[in-house]
Design a protein around this ligand. Structure first.
Ligand code: AMP
Ligand code: MG
Length: 353
């Protein structure tokens, strides 16, 4: 299959009609959102959902998020919309918040990985919204990467993984946030299944107490869920966001982290390894690592989150044997830094020093 790439907004005249046609015909279109690029198909068509799983190489028990362009569209997908969901939609949609509710019969089990709940969000990106409006369908979309690889934050990342496997890529430039949406389950008592830009504090300010899936705490503390441990968001159980070379994550204050990283690098270099370091400042590691990714001050979490997946992907191209990364400051679960750390912990497969 030939994958056609359109640049937005320049190619708008051609891009939206072509995307709408492909989606209505059961095809797949990758598109930018404010979080990461998504791989979209008609959420109401079981065959389209199957194609998404096949293109990504994703296990079919890992449900997809349904993207809509109007808040009202939620009512067509779920049994009921509780008061707390209404409040969160009003406050955070369009935006990086996914809400899980009991699905109705219009949503096929193929889209929800066999679950009787469905995850829905309204993205805050003009290209995503325009595409959904143009086809008039709810769009099932996981991140537009090969399963297990870092999520795509640029159209080039999508092409790297999926060119030849999907119909269209809508190139809307680099994304603004760079980590996936916060997922809150409202099918029972409010519970965060995946941390993101919208934090526990943000959510609690609107609807009161919100729990965190215990599996998340396990990941964060360096104890990845064991085989029989079941996180509520099936996607959280897979090794994820992972570069090819082993990644060791280092925690502590700015000075402590720097000291530990230098020690680890010296040891690995002595063993003849080609090393990459993911750090705050270039000058701290000049001459000490083969590849230096300087992401800037840990005080600017958004700047770090925008860069992190691109950096993890780049390490694969640099043929390094080992990667050492600052965790950019241990953060409480009420802050956005918690989400960035969660992705780094998953990339590290639980190796925290
Ligand atoms: P992705 O957008 O590729 O990061 O994947 C969507 C994520 O949403 C996966 O981690 C899923 O496990 C999670 N998810 C989607 N629908 C549900 C659901 N009904 N219940 C729990 N988790 C869900
Ligand atoms: Mg994903």
């Amino acid at each position: 299959m030939k994958t056609v790439m359109y640049k937005l907004p320049q190619d708008a005249d051609k891009a939206y009609p072509a995307a709408a046609k492909a989606l209505k015909n059961g095809g797949l279109v990758a598109f930018p959102t404010e979080t990461v690029y998504g791989l979209g198909g008609n959420a109401l068509d079981p065959a389209a959902s199957k194609k998404i799983y096949a293109a990504k190489g994703r296990p079919s028990d890992n449900p997809l998020i349904v993207h809509i362009a109007e808040k009202e569209s939620l009512y067509k997908l779920v049994m009921e919309v509780p008061e707390k969901a209404k409040k969160l939609m009003d406050r955070f949609w369009p935006g990086p918040l996914t809400i899980i509710l009991k699905k109705n019969d219009t949503v096929p089990l193929e889209t929800t990985g066999g679950l009787d709940t469905v995850a829905v969000r309204m993205p805050d990106h003009e290209v995503a919204l325009e595409m959904i409006r143009a086809c008039g369908l709810p769009i099932a979309a996981p991140s537009a990467n090969t399963s297990g690889r870092p999520s795509p934050t640029k159209a080039a990342h999508v092409a790297e993984d999926l060119a030849g496997k999907i119909d269209i890529i809508l190139d809307g430039g680099d994304v603004g946030i760079g980590v996936e949406s916060t997922i809150i389950d409202l099918s029972g008592e409010p519970c965060i299944l995946r941390p993101g830009y919208i934090t526990k504090d943000d959510l609690e300010a609107v609807i009161g107490p919100v729990a965190i899936d215990p599996a998340l705490e396990n990941i964060q503390s360096g104890r990845l869920p064991a085989g029989d441990f079941k996180p509520k968001a099936p996607g959280m159980k897979y090794r994820h966001y992972a570069p090819k070379a082993p990644l060791t994550l280092v925690t502590g204050s700015r000075q402590e982290a720097k000291k530990t990283l230098l020690k680890l690098l010296a040891k690995a270099k002595a063993e003849g390894k080609r090393c990459a370091v993911i750090c705050e400042f270039y000058k701290d590691f000049e001459g000490k690592a083969d590849v230096i990714y300087a992401l800037g001050s840990r005080d600017d979490t958004l700047s770090i989150s925008r860069q992190i997946y691109d950096v993890l992907r780049d390490t694969d191209r640099q043929n390094v044997d080992a990667i050492f990364a600052d965790d950019f400051g241990l953060d409480s679960d009420g802050h956005f830094g918690y989400a960035v750390q969660n992705r780094l912990m998953k990339a590290a497969g639980g190796k925290l020093l």
